[in-house]
Structure formats: C-alpha cells, structure tokens
Design a protein around this ligand. Sequence first.
Ligand code: GLP
Length: 244
Amino acid sequence: MKFYFYDSASDTDQGAAKSFIKMTNGIATPKIGLATGNTPVGLYQCLVQAYNQKKISFKTFLTYNLDEYVGLTKDHPQSFAYFMNEHLFNGVDILEGNIHIPQGNVESPHVEAAKYEKLLEDAGALDVQILSIGLNGHIGFNEPGEKLHSKTHVIELTEDTRRVNSKSFPSFEEVPLSAITLGLGTIMKAKKILFIAKGFEKADIIQQAFEGPLTTDVPGSLLQLHPNIEVHLDKEAASKLARI
Ligand code: GLP
C-alpha cells in the first residue's frame, strides 16, 4: 500500500487526478472501474478540467461502474447512471457505447447482476479501480456481514447506509432497499486501485480498514491484501492512522 497525505480535500482530488492520468497513460484501451458518492466528485471535476486542457482523452476508455440502486431508472436523479453523466461523462469525450453501469430498473436484478458479472469476466482485469469507502466500511455496496461475495450480486442495503445516503434523496423512505454491486473478487482483481477518502467523519473507518484486522465486518479491510493500491487521504481522514 502506498499512502499519499494532503493538507486539503482539493489537494487530495488533484493528487488523485494526477495519479489517475499517470496510471492510464500509455494504455491503448484503459478499462476503468468507477465509483460514485461525494468522495470522487472532486476527482471527476479535476479529470474534466484535465480533458479541457487536453491532458487526457477518454475516447478509448471503457468504464465499468461499481454499483447501482435496484429500482431506479438511469434518468432518475439519484441513480448512479445520472450521477456519472452529471459529474464526468457529460464533460469528457467518452463514447456512450463504452460506458457500463448495472441497470437498476430491470425485472430481475439477479439476472442483471449475472449479466454484469459475465461482462466483467469477458473484459478481464480492470486497469484502474477508483474506490472510496462508506462510513460502515463498505466498498462498492459490499456491506459488512458474516459473508462477503466475490461476484456481482444483489445486496440488501443496511439501514445505516440508507440513512447516510438519504442525504441525496428527498426522504429516507425513497432510498432503495437494495442495490447491484460488484463483488470483492472483481474489485480485488483490478491491476491498480486508486483509493480516496476525505474528512474527519472517515477517520475511524480509514484507521480500521488500513490498520485494523482483516474482517468481513469491515469489507474495506480486505484492501490491505491488494498488491497495488494507492491510498490518497486528506489530513482529516488520515488523522487516526498510527502510521502518520
Ligand atoms: C456509496 C457508494 C460507495 C461509496 C460510499 C461512500 O453508497 N456505493 O461506492 O464509496 O457510499 O460515499 P461517500 O463518498 O459519499 O462518503
């Protein structure tokens, strides 16, 4: 694990964007895993800026999002598909056919999960997976529990996660009960992981994930096993790490 510490959240975004550009530079068809949530918004802004300054082009990129809420159409303002258009895709030259996101509004989410898994298997290991962590230690939507799944699956969201995520919904009741998410196997198979976290509220979970025991109670703790992960943290998120 390689740690990068920054004074501010915006320095973290810029540092992570620089790393992303370096990691993908020279790859003819970069295969990228994308995350949603508040954390990567600043990174995506930096990437749009870098595109406008001609420092990166997404024309040959293939993207695979980590997860999607079950029941939401891609036009729903709280869907991750909508989020990606708003924060990244509309601002860069990515080709629509190269964008992959599980579909939330399908008759059988389980069939959709299996289809998405097949798509990822056919694609092979992702070159870079952008990743952050939920307050309860989830990555993607792999929630804490006795068991973690390796493959893409449908997961019931914990009440904690629904409460945290309700900030972006009109009400708690409108937060979907379940989601389709990549499993730990695919996330860990990525050749490189670009991990970001910012803010004091993440300090405890960052300490547990990167310095605590490996446990399914903190799915992010498995990242300690990844051979090529960069961890970009602002000083608030890093504040409880023993190593700093
Ligand atoms: C979301 C996503 C995760 C994300 C996490 C943290 O629900 N499924 O991929 O890392 O929760 O979100 P935030 O960055 O807003 O703290």
